[in-house]
Design a protein around this ligand. Structure first.
Ligand code: IPE
Ligand code: IPE
Ligand code: MG
Length: 266
């Protein structure tokens, strides 16, 4: 990331256009890269179990995979990366695992914030942040404020995020505005609805990657993934590397996106 996104580099402001990024694999067509990649980082527990380690060691290793992936996406000129870190359902896990994850998020954010600032990453946390430990909430607020004006890759971390909760909250907020007489129900359209979601202002993901072979959405970005291309790999999240990302992007570039239309009219 440091090479391609140094502050004086043209890549800092021209993420998906402009000169071909150094290091972008020759097999990839720069003009057809996804603008927004969404990521379900799954398989940490299985990765650890296969090594006879406690599950949480998989989470620790998963952080390295996320750093690697963020750097590659940034270097290759992908505009936005949105990663699923903790779902509204993940509170159902054993207390020690949840506590470990919260402490890990704090530690990683503390440790990585300077680097993110240096690399011009704009980090945001999407989800209902209120139930998170106070220390973590403060770090999140600080990280979002300190990187808000950055023009490098947009990095969204979905934390206590659930697609259904997000949709219900959006509906409730609009209903409240209607009840106060501020909004005409007839004025509620897709654009206005999308503006109430955590992802307001973002393009919808073009590509969803899920690791560890599970073929499901698990309550992730239910609205936003409407027309995303899906790439499911058996690679466990902590093993996700440059080759795995390249495979996902090549798979994406092999697809015909139709958005309900037809290939070649006539
Ligand atoms: C994904 O890995 C990380 C989180 C959900 C926080 P898992 O912990 O779900 O790993 P598996 O699916 O049990 O292998
Ligand atoms: C999805 O993984 C949530 C995250 C990656 C944060 P899970 O492991 O929680 O999903 P399920 O339980 O297999 O559907
Ligand atoms: Mg899992």
């Amino acid at each position: 990331m440091s090479r391609a996104l140094a502050t004086d580099s043209p890549m800092a402001s021209a993420l998906t256009s402009g000169p071909r990024p150094l290091g972008l694999p020759a097999e990839l067509d720069q003009a057809r890269l996804p603008r927004h990649v969404a990521l379900i980082m799954d398989g940490n527990g299985r990765w650890a179990r296969r090594r006879g380690l406690p599950r949480v060691m998989g989470h620790r290793e998963g952080v390295e995979a996320l750093k690697r992936t963020l750097r590659l996406c940034s270097d290759w000129g992908i505009g936005t990366l949105t990663a699923y870190a903790f779902s509204t359902e993940n509170w159902n896990r054993p207390g020690e695992e949840v506590s470990f994850l919260m402490a890990l998020f704090e530690r990683v954010l503390q440790r990585e914030l300077q680097g993110l600032e240096r690399e011009r990453v704009r980090i945001r946390f999407l989800g209902n942040l209120e139930p998170l430990p106070l220390g973590l909430q403060r770090l999140i607020a600080d990280a979002m404020a300190r990187t808000a004006a950055n023009e490098g890759i947009r990095f969204n971390v979905c934390t206590n995020y659930g697609g259904r909760a997000e949709l219900v909250e959006a509906a409730r907020r609009l209903a409240e505005r209607v009840a106060r007489g501020e909004l005409d129900p007839a004025a509620i359209d897709e654009t206005r609805f999308a503006a109430e979601l955590h992802t307001a202002g973002e393009n919808d993901p073009d590509l969803l990657i899920r690791t560890s072979g599970e073929q499901r959405i698990s309550n992730f970005l239910l609205w936003q993934l409407a027309y995303a291309e899906m790439h499911i790999t058996d690679v466990l999240w902590p093993d996700f590397d440059q080759a795995a990302l390249l495979a996902a992007l090549l798979d994406y570039q092999s697809r015909q996106r139709r958005f309900g239309g037809v290939d070649s009219p006539g």
